[in-house]
Design a protein around this ligand. Sequence first.
Ligand code: SAH
Ligand code: SF4
Length: 435
Amino acid sequence: MSMTYYIHVYGCQMNVHDSEIISGILELEGFSSTEDPESADVILLVSCAVREHAETRVLGRLSQLGGWWRGRKSGKPLMVLCGCVAQEHGDGLLKRFRDLDLVVGPDCYRDLPGLIRGSARISVVDFREGDYTGIEPVRVEFPRAYVTIMRGCDNFCSYCIVPYVRGRERSRKSDVILSEVAALSEGGYGEITLLGQNVNSYHDEKISFPLLLRRVASAAGTSWIRFVTSHPKDLGRETVEVMASEKNICRYLHLPFQSGSDVILKKMNRGYTVQEYLERIEVLREAMPDIVLSTDVIAGFPGESEEDFQKTADLLEKVRFDNAFLFKYSERSGTTACGLEDSVPEEERLARLNHLQELQRMITIEKSGELLGRTLRILITGPAKKPRQQAGRTEGNRIVILDDTDFCPGSFLNVKITRADGWTHFGEPCGNMES
Ligand code: SAH
Ligand code: SF4
């Protein structure tokens, strides 16, 4: 009988897609997946290191697994830690967690089958050139699919651990990306998201991001295209023009601003000013008045004064993002910000975060309220939480719940919004789009 594996993912879309790649690698070698950790021969955790909280969660799970397997009928599973925490701590984790068998970094997943079948208890965390081209990911989010266009990051924002755990930025070949996109569209995937830490700096010889995007849009047929993450310093007008002119590129953009203070942005090594950020927003809204915008913000970066913080709150209010991911600053060892003086006390970071959350909650509600009674096109993504409910996504990535419907995941339909009080909306199918 083949060995079974159970995989659990923490963190961002990049990690979700990496876990699909890990599954692809394992299944090619005869492993089969199970949803039941009780019976699995191998348990893999794909970890996130971006904030201390994420890391604590996965390390907590590792210690809990140590006690847990002793009650299992099938004895000890092979335990594997993958992802960014694996890369960050390597060998040290094997010393710390006695039941952990393997520690494997993001560039080394091709080694997994051999390592699992072997008997060594080791950590494999080299940085490598390969980008997993040729591996067929086992996709878990039909009708939504991810396609990596680049791995790693060279930006070294001063707070961020990503460049240290995911290595240097490298772009994948455009012809490989285009053929993956075309195959997904033919396979009925209604939404394809291009992934990279800074997609705007994509480069494959003469092909830069706007040109890639244009070609992806035509290879994708009627499937929707999204891309994350865009970096304000590299988002050019050409990309905005491509977004505005290609019908199947979603009018949605996630554009993290991190701080509303130029002094803090400089300390963060972000490479733009608030004024430049606002100019990007203006260009986007001029070209696509209905564009849905989201952002990331960090509260309590070292040296952030009350005045700097107020500027961040002001920027949230000024732009009125449809949605925002708000974080309190978390020290990551090895990053340049980690040693900075003037750290903001933990309680103050939390208070600032709460303030931003409350502010954004009101804005999100107001913006979503504007959709009440409107007709929007959605992609049915699958069942929702309650029985007989289905969920879908708008072009703007908003969630819409339908009661008592039975559409095939992957179908597009028009819905009238009947309740709108946050990022999740309710709607009813309806025939015609409003003009
Ligand atoms: N490459 C993307 C995503 C990076 S991680 C980008 O540049 O936007 C996702 C978000 O986590 C970041 O945008 C940032 O807001 C947040 N983040 C990263 N490091 C952090 C830290 N040390 N403390 C708090 N938030 C952090
Ligand atoms: Fe981190 Fe900055 Fe790279 Fe994003 S662009 S992954 S925030 S270093």
